[in-house]
Write a protein that binds this ligand. Structure first.
Ligand code: UDP
Length: 554
């Protein structure tokens, strides 16, 4: 199906039907009314929230859209659940996980407390099972809960690089289909990365197993090269932004990595569509700050109105009152401003956006602290002035809400200007990016435009169009999509947003299929040096099942 408007409208209405419309609701406005009413405290807030949502300027994440104003009433997308080393503790954690996933939340776990595979057994005379075996139990539970929930549960499984089972863990997804409900991440400290960077790979990292730095690091690189797993999380960088160190270290994040959280904490997410703020080539910063303030109120209200899946989660969440406000539509914003994704102006803009949002969010949180109360652990935090929330900003993938908002996802570059989308709601769609369509349709005669669409669909890029009348050099610079952009530029954009972001950033660093293991090694070191909290790399074609795909070569 060609035709962007019809295609996108169809995709939105199918998504609404599959997930968000409740009994008696007909359209998006009905959903906005239900959600805004449930989250607002005053009538003024109700109207303000509804307006932001109807115009798709700010959207809360899926669990809020699905559950607000219903009998579930669970709003958070992100959870971290501790897993202690014992049968009872493991199955308690599985139960809590099931209750969370039933309501559409994603769960992250640090499995490092689980004793390794060959150590004295958990039960009297059986073999100890190790973290990977325990993860399989969680994976099965997610598989079953899927049938009850409205969206697939997602898990993040984390293991400290010092754990004896680290190599089993890194290889746990080598067979496609294994642990399919998990993303994996290795948690590494600065000391490990320093040895890697200095090429001191022969040093023994784990005295018990004798494993060297080089052996572990090359397993990580190999895994990423093969199928994009594991991801990596930088422990020291994450804990430098731990605003409540007195409550303990942070060693886990939610499934997509944007929310490092303490055990049992949950976090509500919401995203501002930044492309909305561009008019005639200018950014309306005042309006962006104003919308940020309203969005912070929205997310803060949710903490008090939420129905929590377990009492420990309610207690931990209300101690710090973290919320995750982020952005979507960043690449669309660049297109409207005529900026290439991989340019120095883009990095300046990225940094400014996050700085302005974080600044306005902190200001609003202070106002809320004065109106209501600061978060209870405020005295134990690194914030000097009273705040309502220990952390406020994070960039989520916005996988579904960006479809509803009709904008590019999170801070990702557009995947392709012309593509088919499969699996999201079980059907296949052919779509053209609206800003690409608007630009080239008005410039080119119909026959040339259609030729260009066919070309981009087939090749996944317009970089190799040789006729400058069809695509100029300037247009080639601006219309670069995810795979045309160098991995360093991907990391630079993530780093620019990370500089002023309280929590983390969800982003995929795309590499072409011919990228080598040396590229992956260099990218990991570079990302760590640039101050990222974590990194996910995906090399084209290294996994069979992907949601977005280009046409297969004929
Ligand atoms: N998430 C999940 N299952 C999914 C997708 C997302 O549990 O299938 C959780 C996960 O914690 C993720 C967060 O929701 O990091 C936000 O994801 P995203 O922004 O893509 O969600 P949306 O609100 O767009 O549905």
């Amino acid at each position: 199906m060609w035709g962007t408007k019809e295609g996108l409208d169809f995709l939105v209405s199918e998504t609404l039907k599959a997930r968000y419309l409740r009994k008696g609701e007909r359209d998006w406005e009905d959903i906005c009314e239900r959600v805004a009413k449930a989250i607002a405290i005053t009538e003024e807030e109700h109207l303000g929230f509804k307006d932001l949502m109807i115009r798709k300027i700010f959207l809360p994440s899926s669990p809020t859209l699905m559950n607000a104003g219903t009998e579930f009433g669970q709003f958070a997308a992100c959870f971290v659940i501790p897993v202690e080393d014992g049968i009872e503790e493991i199955f308690d954690a599985i139960k809590t996980t099931a209750l969370i996933q039933k309501t559409g939340g994603g769960t992250g776990f640090d499995f490092s407390q689980i004793r390794p595979d060959d150590s004295p057994s958990l039960c009297a005379d059986g073999a100890a099972s190790g973290p990977v075996a325990v993860m399989k139990l969680f994976n099965e539970a997610t598989e079953i809960v899927k049938q009850f929930g409205r969206r697939r549960g997602a898990n993040m499984g984390i293991l400290n690089v010092s754990h004896n089972d680290i190599v089993y863990f890194i290889r746990a997804k080598h067979v496609e289909g294994e642990l399919s409900n998990f993303n994996l991440s290795v948690l590494v400290p600065d000391t490990f990365m320093e040895l890697v960077e200095a090429d001191r790979v022969g040093e023994v990292w784990n005295k018990q197993t004798g494993m060297t730095v080089g052996c572990i690091f090359s397993e990580i690189v190999e895994g990423i090269w093969r199928n994009g797993e594991p991801g990596i999380l930088f422990y020291d960088r994450i804990n430098r932004d731990n605003f409540t160190p007195a409550l303990g270290d942070i060693s886990a994040t939610n499934p997509c990595g944007e929310e490092p959280l303490l055990p049992f904490e949950s976090c509500n997410l919401g995203s501002i569509n930044v492309s909305f703020f561009v008019t005639d080539g200018k950014v309306n910063w005042d309006l962006l700050r104003e919308v940020t303030g309203k969005a912070v109120r929205f997310l803060d209200n949710e903490i008090d109105k939420n129905t929590y899946p377990a009492p420990e989660i309610e207690a931990a969440t209300k101690r710090t009152r973290k919320v995750g406000l982020g952005v979507m539509g960043f690449h669309d914003m660049l297109l409207k401003l005529g900026l290439p994704y991989d340019s120095s102006e883009t990095l300046k803009l990225a940094e400014k956006i996050m700085e302005q949002i974080s600044w306005a969010a902190v200001r609003e949180s202070r106002k809320l602290a004065a109106e209501k109360e600061p978060f209870p652990e405020h005295e134990n935090s690194t914030w000097e002035l009273p705040m309502r929330n220990a952390a406020l900003t994070a960039v989520a993938p916005t996988g579904t809400i960006s479809i509803l908002a009709g904008c590019s996802a999170g801070i990702e570059p557009v995947f392709s200007w012309v593509y088919r989308r499969t699996r999201t709601v079980g059907k296949e769609f052919m779509l053209v990016h609206p800003l690409f369509e608007a630009h080239f349709m008005s410039k080119l005669p119909e026959v040339d435009y259609n030729w260009l669409l066919e070309h981009v669909y087939k090749h996944g890029t317009l970089q190799n169009v040789e006729n400058p009348k069809l695509v100029s050099e300037e247009e080639k610079r601006i219309f670069r999509s995810a795979l045309d952009i160098d991995w360093k530029a991907h990391i630079n954009v993530q780093a620019a947003f990370q500089r002023h972001c309280h929590a983390g950033i969800s982003k995929t660093i795309n590499m072409p299929d011919y990228a080598g293991k040396e590229d992956i090694k260099q990218a990991l070191i570079y990302a760590w040096r640039q101050g990222l909290k974590g990194l996910t790399i995906y090399r084209t074609g290294s996994r069979q099942h992907v949601v977005l795909s280009l046409k297969k070569p004929e």
